[in-house]
Design a protein around this ligand. Structure first.
Ligand code: NAD
Ligand code: IPM
Ligand code: MN
Length: 359
């Protein structure tokens, strides 16, 4: 049987609560199926570590992560540290340097849950958002004049390279091609942004030539928000820039029922570096420590991790278990239920046992 070593980085806020839950169900899955073994190694990076050591991560962060097959991440950010310090200290110190350039964010409505859209039922939202994860406004370039008061000026550079756009575009077309509808929507803002966004449009047209069986169209990001709400069934795979897809993925999660179920995979498609899996949501200060965080986003992220590592059958058992739990209306408050994080975790473990025996 295959063995995997996973770096677990729960970090801040509800991160530890949801990562604990995901580890518990994955360990249950491994014990039940016996088709693979998995070992989680706790890494204490986060705000407590920062307050102790002055750093969010160890100096050799990349080398440490390269010793694992993948990483499972919770969330970073604390009320008493400026968000740009915490995020650049930890999460953004990993995504860019490890070249995890494809951020894949699937979205769908689970059985037994409700979309805020009046006419959307299970199956009506089934999207894969592909987020460019290394460029754009997240390249870390820019500066401030420090002239003070009204003379202060600041820039936030959005960097786009042909190589960076081409590789994510190719990944997105391949993703669309692998799905039944073979449908891709390319999101830009090439009316107002006349450089980088126009390059995106041009590269899309070039890469599209290699995928004649994929139907594709272009949307401006503002109009895209309207289409997501008014005509969700017209969409399947969606690709866009780092910032645009950051925003659209939160919208997509809310349309599917809750930010508490939205997973993400930060992939290095070349597989030179380990990939990192995490919920889309953040530290959720308002519910931290209350035991009600929805663990589904992190459990689904762990399923995506298993799938990426090659354990597709195990990933399917895990997601079938989550679906059954939703169908039985064992839901946390964000989905309108009154179950706790632990209730959902226990219910998923019970389903794994049932499905695992049936297998
Ligand atoms: P957030 O995602 O933490 O919370 C937004 C809302 O969604 C809150 O009401 C929260 O309670 C709810 N929510 C989030 N996850 C939930 C879950 N699993 N179950 C139930 N409800 C859930 O976004 P925010 O408030 O903008 O950010 C809080 C902090 O987290 C900030 O420091 C921010 O920078 C950071 N953040 C980190 C990440 C990350 O590490 N990947 C992502 C987003 C935000
Ligand atoms: C996300 C988060 C991060 C991002 C933040 C916390 C840096 O919002 O993963 O969606 O903007 O990428
Ligand atoms: Mn986000």
């Amino acid at each position: 049987v295959n063995s995997y070593r996973i770096a677990s980085i729960p970090a801040d806020g509800i991160g530890p609560e949801v990562v604990d839950s995901a580890i518990e169900v994955v360990e249950k899955l491994a014990q039940t199926l016996k088709t693979f073994t998995i070992e989680f190694t706790h890494i204490p990076w986060g705000t407590a570590y920062y307050k102790e050591t002055g750093r969010y991560v160890d100096k050799n962060v990349l080398e440490i992560l390269q010793g694992f097959d993948a990483a499972l991440f919770g969330s970073v950010g604390a009320p008493d540290v400026p968000d740009h310090i915490s995020l650049w200290g930890l999460l953004l110190a990993i995504r860019g340097p490890l070249q995890l350039y494809a951020n894949v964010r699937p979205v769908r409505i689970f059985p037994g849950t409700q979309s805020p859209l009046r006419h959307a039922d299970e199956g009506d939202i089934d999207w894969i958002l592909v987020r460019e994860n290394s460029e754009g406004e997240y390249c870390g370039q820019g500066g401030r004049s420090h002239l003070g008061q009204v003379w202060e000026a600041a820039t936030e550079v959005a960097l786009f390279t042909y190589v960076g756009i081409e590789r994510i575009m190719r990944f997105a077309f391949e993703t669309a091609q692998s799905r039944p509808r073979k449908l891709l929507t390319v999101v830009t803002k090439s009316n107002a942004m006349r450089n980088g966004m126009v390059l995106w449009d041009e590269v899309a047209a070039i890469v599209a030539k290699d995928f004649p069986d994929v139907r594709w169209d272009k949307m401006l990001v503002d109009a895209m928000t309207v289409r997501m709400v008014n005509n969700p069934k017209s969409l399947d795979t969606i690709v866009g820039t780092n910032l645009h897809m950051d925003i659209l993925s939160d919208l997509a999660a809310a349309l599917a029922g809750s930010i508490g179920v939205a997973p993400s995979s930060n992939l290095d498609p070349t597989r030179k570096n380990p990939s990192l899996f995490e919920p889309v949501h953040g530290s959720a200060f308002d519910i931290t420590g209350k035991g009600v965080a929805n663990p589904v986003a992190t459990i689904w992220s762990a399923a995506e991790m298993l799938s990426w590592l090659g354990e597709k059958a195990a990933a399917k058992v895990l997601m079938d278990s989550v679906e059954n739990v939703c169908r039985k209306n064992i839901l946390t408050p964000d989905l309108g239920g009154n179950a706790s994080t632990k209730d959902v975790t226990r219910a998923v473990c019970d389903e794994i046992e049932t499905l695992g025996v049936a297998n």
